[in-house]
Design a protein. Structure first.
Lengths: 292, 252
């Protein structure tokens, strides 16, 4: 009797150890490959990073000089994408969670939004090309690119905003409504401020995606090379992801510009992480006042 | 007995979807008195309370039949704005639910959004906190988050917040059920004080509490109003056997 219990216990501990081992291994694989990737990029790219590299225009058919216009372009496009995606996404989320009568129609819309998140980004690119560049005649421009990227990040923002709105306790809404405060005022004064940290998280994810995408801006905003910085939102821009693509595949001296490619990748990662960091700081500051 | 009746229910039925939660309720609530609603869980007392300021509107699939007359008007009539009703009929909830704002802003929130100027706000905040007997404890902490207060203080803050709207009626949904005995005693004292100026309708699970603080008591069971009488009468010599059984703890 004792024998069989202890042997079954042993088997259970063995299973536990095995399971934890697998979980640990999975984590290790991810951490190592991520760290390895970063390290590889840093080692190969750090050599070309200099003040000139990030502040100068490219020269000699982009084989020398800096990548400043691509950095500026990516910032423009990212900010533009937020300006499009955040208000639209937030408004949709508010409608879906606070106003819409929950039913079959709303469920289908929500599934649709989730599907949108899985649509390949090149499809968004073609959509942007068709609608903004050709039909609305914005041409290949910051405007068209921002709108396209804005739509691309829309599902992420809607999803996060929905979750954030839902996480605001119902008792807050009740307390506000019971004071004779209208629904809109309640949403604006109570629900939104408390949902903001969560909404920002969603935007962070969206922004990261927008800044790094190549396909959506390929047809709608990105230029192979511009001699000067854009003057208006109707101008084409260079952008980091597209610049990398160009240097790595379409340049005339691909091998020669290899260090520049890595340098550009490094800058792109730094820009994305920088944007994320900024948003994380804002979010944690807002969270300090949150206690429930 | 010439007490003014501030709210009157006429043959009110209430439905959550298909199921009926209140059966043909008719009753009057006297002005500037404390009326307690008692009964076992699920008897419809909270439903009735939330019907009086149209908070049940927030639940999808609910339906009201009959008339709820407040200040001579049926509050469920088509042209009535529930927001307007809730300004005049305040509510305190079971669990203290202050906003994650400062103490000051918790109080000023309602009046501000209803268009009160800033100059009067300071006075109003002080007045409301004094009415809720919280002023002395928080007068130096007005810019602190309300979340730092204790549960009992939070509940008094919620009462002050409701009072700041200068309502005619104050609805209380088991306001002390989440509080310790000391805080409960404070809230009960406060209710005694408030009934001089306000009509108070309180749902409570605690029969001693109903006996202590209320003037009238209504006993509900399975969505029916079983007995509605003076509190003294209900707790000493109820007319109906079922009431007596409940009060003496034979079921509940």
């Amino acid at each position: 009797m004792d024998e069989s219990i202890s042997s079954s216990m042993k088997w259970r501990y063995l299973k536990q150890a095995l399971f934890f081992g697998i979980v640990r291994l999975s984590f290790l694989i991810i951490a190592l490959s991520l760290g390895g990737l970063l390290l590889y990029i840093i080692i190969n790219g750090i050599g070309v990073i200099s003040w000139d590299f990030i502040t100068k225009m490219p020269t000699d058919s982009m084989t020398k000089g800096g990548i400043m216009p691509a950095i500026v372009g990516t910032i423009y496009l990212t900010v533009g994408a937020i300006c499009v995606g955040l208000p639209l996404g937030l408004a949709s989320a508010i409608y879906l969670t606070e106003y819409a009568v929950q039913g079959r129609a709303i469920r289908i819309i929500k599934i649709g939004i989730n599907c949108l998140a899985g649509v390949p980004s090149v499809v968004f690119g073609l959509f942007g090309l068709g609608l903004f560049v050709v039909m609305l005649k914005f041409g290949s421009s910051i405007l068209a690119g921002s709108l396209t990227l804005g739509f691309l990040i829309l599902p992420t923002i809607i999803g996060a905003a929905e979750e954030a709105l839902k996480s605001v306790p119902q008792t807050f809404r009740e307390a506000s409504l019971a004071l004779g405060v209208s629904k809109w005022q309640t949403i604006f004064r109570i629900v939104l401020p408390n949902a903001l940290p969560g909404i920002l998280t969603g935007s962070i994810l969206g922004v990261g995606r927008a800044a790094g995408e190549t396909a959506p801006i390929m047809f709608t905003a990105a230029a192979f090379f511009t001699a000067k910085l854009p003057g208006s939102i109707f101008d084409e821009v260079m952008a980091l992801p597209y610049h990398i693509y160009v240097l790595a595949t379409a340049g005339t001296h691909i091998e020669e510009t290899r260090p520049m490619q890595f340098g550009t990748v490094l800058v792109l990662i730094a820009v994305v992480l920088g944007i994320d960091l900024l948003a994380i700081i804002i979010r944690s500051r807002m969270r300090r006042n949150k206690r429930w | 007995m010439d007490v003014n009746m501030i709210i009157s229910l006429h043959n009110v039925n209430f439905y959550y979807g298909q199921s009926r939660a209140l059966n043909d309720i008719s009753m009057d609530f006297p002005e500037k008195k404390v009326t307690a609603l008692i009964g076992p869980s699920g008897c419809g007392k909270s439903t009735l309370l939330r019907l009086l300021n149209r908070m049940n509107d927030l639940i999808i699939g609910t339906r009201v039949e009959g008339k709820v007359v407040f200040e001579g008007k049926d509050i469920y009539a088509d042209h009535i704005d529930p927001v307007e009703i809730r300004r005049k009929i305040g509510m305190v909830f079971q669990k203290p639910n202050p906003f994650p704002k400062t103490i000051y802003n918790n109080i000023s929130y309602g009046p501000k959004l209803n268009g009160l100027g800033n100059s009067d706000l300071d006075t109003l905040v002080e007045q409301s906190l004094k009415q809720a007997v919280l002023w002395d404890e928080v007068k130096d902490l007005l810019n602190k988050s309300a979340m730092t207060l204790s549960g009992g203080q939070q509940q008094r803050l919620c009462i002050a917040r409701a009072l700041a709207m200068k309502p005619d009626v104050l609805l209380m949904d088991e306001p002390t059920s989440a509080l310790d005995p000391v805080s409960t005693a404070k809230i009960e004292e406060l209710i005694e004080e408030l009934k001089k100026s306000y009509t108070i309708i309180i749902v409570t699970h605690n029969m001693q509490q109903a006996a202590r603080i209320s003037d009238e008591t209504a006993f509900f069971y399975l969505g029916n109003l079983v007995e509605y009488n003076k509190t003294d009468k209900i707790f000493t010599n109820p007319d109906i056997k079922q009431t007596e059984d409940y009060i003496t703890g034979r079921f509940g």
